[in-house]
Write a protein that binds this ligand. Sequence first.
Ligand SMILES: Nc1nc2c(ncn2[C@@H]2O[C@H](COP(=O)(O)OP(=O)(O)O)[C@@H](O)[C@H]2O)c(=O)[nH]1
Ligand SMILES: [Mg+2]
Length: 275
Amino acid sequence: MIESEVNRANINFSNKIYIILLNAPKNPPDHLKLVIVGPYWSCKSSAGNNILGKDAFEVNKNWDISRTAQCEIGHGVFAERRLTVVDSPGWFYIHTLQDTREMDKLEIENSLYMCPPGPHAVLLVIELITAVNATYQRSVQDHMSLFGDDVWKHTIILFTRPDWLEVKTVEERIESDEGLQWLVNKCENRYHVLNNLEPNNREQVKVLLEKIEEMRAENDDPYYEPMLREEWKKREQMLIDRRTHVISLHAGNFNFFLYQDGCHTSNHILRKAEK
Ligand SMILES: Nc1nc2c(ncn2[C@@H]2O[C@H](COP(=O)(O)OP(=O)(O)O)[C@@H](O)[C@H]2O)c(=O)[nH]1
Ligand SMILES: [Mg+2]
């Protein structure tokens, strides 16, 4: 084979691999990292235990007594996946961000950084029987804002206490409450119902993990990495501001710097201009 034909064959081959790679489905991760957030008493710790299939987190026996005060991390294995679950303290359901103590806010925020580079999913735990009025809605929105603007793209609503629903179906319940509809819409219709009174029903956990993987496949980033993204945005903006500032200060002298000593890299020019 002459050289040009070999090159052409190689190019065709690498194009084919490229196309195969582009079309290949994202492999499901063998390690799923989840963060559980939500108001107090919404059954967060119980949901964490249910997902992990063991008593990893302390469950509240009485309202606001011995409630989870700090983020805790639990590990397990289920359906051929390693699971890492972070349980968090949560917030009082009528509190705005201003009402919540600084230490609690830090602890809530901290939950996202306990499984680097970030969780595959944030599970926002809401009791299915909750009347999501304007105060509750504001409280959820306020506290979710601690995780950055994009958090909703990586969030699934985890509805708990379905046993309190009585005769209504889950869909009927959601339709009957505008606030619940708002929550479900925020998550682009991603929700799951978990009955913590049925710990042996592993099918409900399996379906939850499948929904998480579906969401992950739809997102550009498999993990939610708020800190890195925010940090990057901040740095990018600082650079733009710095350049705009320097250029506006030295607009008249720009050609001078280009010609003075033949330096042509913009950073060099900027450094000189700043001096
Ligand atoms: N009826 C019912 N009670 C639940 C369920 N899940 C948890 N609980 C109870 O709800 C209370 C609060 O649960 P916990 O997980 O500590 O809530 P957290 O404060 O959000 O972590 C506890 O008494 C649990 O036993 C459920 O699916 N149904
Ligand atoms: Mg708890």
